[in-house]
Design a protein around this ligand. Structure first.
Ligand code: TRP
Ligand code: SF4
Length: 330
């Protein structure tokens, strides 16, 4: 029965605890997908090495936190398959084989490769693994014959490359793989406490499952419309991170109420923040409790991931049997 559902694959690099940006940008969408798709969600630990090869210890430490966050956010390990990329060696085998048919020019032209080479100047990224990153990503996806890949806009060019590699493979060796499409759901804007995009590296993040107390502290200290200096100044919700959080957490009625009363100075920012916390604080508290329960039983968590990894390995191996046969190798 599950065989007929469309297959979804997505991965995340384990880089530590996730924040509300990850939750509303990616995880909430994964949670929705698991209801009617055959989902594979994995820790992209090999991908993390492309930029953290000299800090490998943080990769494994971050992994448990990340899986805990997945589950706290509502991913159900009974419905979706959770696994660790490096524990399914078929990813490496397919990566190698795809490398044989991927022209260098395709990789060098990749916009995200060019952009990262230009922007990241504090480390040397002239590395084979880094250039080949989208080939590994292609292997991740097509090993499970996924047709839908929920990713952010920054990953769409990788998906295009993935489809080109699939076409080339199918042309040379026969139709083995479907062409996956990106699933670009509109991610709500989530700003950090300083009004910039929420990001761990900016130090402005509210982590998923922070206590009601710290969440409240962070929200009460959060930057709002900088033009709204006094209570009687009208504000512009469109430049305010609190307003964007209302859009995620509050009812449409409340959002309309904020919009109107911000512009007319009918409410102050403190009122507005308190209103947001009515929903946000208990929501965070619920995830905090779930996280704690999961972290208290690390063995159970490891077992869940181990089970998922075994399941992923079986699917991956079935595909590799076809690949080896199609290529007449191995
Ligand atoms: N490249 C993705 C990122 O950095 C992570 C990733 C690796 C991924 N393999 C994938 C996402 C396969 C979707 C499908 O966010
Ligand atoms: Fe932002 Fe609300 Fe203050 Fe308006 S009233 S600036 S939306 S916090």
């Amino acid at each position: 029965m599950t065989e007929q559902r469309p297959v979804v694959v997505s991965g995340m690099r384990p880089t530590g605890r996730l924040h509300l940006g990850h939750l509303h940008g990616a995880l909430a969408n994964w949670v929705r997908l698991q209801a009617d798709h055959d989902c594979y969600f994995f820790s992209a630990d090999w991908h993390a090495l492309t930029t953290s090869y000299d800090r490998t210890e943080v990769v494994k430490q971050s992994e448990r936190e990340m899986f805990v966050d997945f589950i706290a956010a509502g991913i159900d390990p009974q419905k979706a398959t959770l696994f660790v990329q490096s524990q399914v060696k078929q990813h490496a085998e397919l990566f190698l084989l795809l490398g044989m048919i991927t022209p260098l020019g395709w990789l060098e032209r990749s916009p995200s490769y060019k952009e990262m080479r230009e922007n990241i100047t504090d480390r040397d990224l002239a590395l084979y693994g880094f250039l080949g990153y989208p080939v590994l990503m292609t292997a991740d996806i097509i090993l499970y014959k996924a047709t839908r890949v929920p990713v952010g806009a920054d990953q769409v060019s990788h998906l295009e490359l993935c489809r080109e590699i699939v076409r080339r493979f199918n042309f040379h060796y026969g139709e083995v793989f479907p062409e996956p499409q990106p699933l670009l759901t509109e991610a709500p804007k989530v700003l950090g406490t300083d009004g910039r995009k929420m990001s761990k590296s900016y130090g402005n993040a509210i982590d998923l499952g922070e206590s009601a107390e710290t969440t409240t502290k962070k929200i009460m200290g959060m930057v709002t419309d900088p033009a709204r200096k006094r209570r009687q100044d009208p504000g512009n919700p469109d430049v305010c991170g609190i307003y964007y959080l209302h859009k995620v957490y509050s009812t449409p009625d409340t959002v309309a109420w904020v919009d109107q009363n911000c512009r007319t100075a009918g409410i102050g920012c403190v009122d507005c923040k308190k209103k947001l916390l009515e929903k946000l604080a208990p929501d965070q508290e619920r995830m905090r409790e779930k996280r704690e329960a999961l972290l208290a039983r690390p063995k159970d968590l490891d077992d869940l991931v181990e089970l998922g990894t075994r399941r992923a390995r079986e699917t991956a191996e079935r595909t590799m049997v076809q690949v080896r046969e199609a290529m007449r190798i191995g």
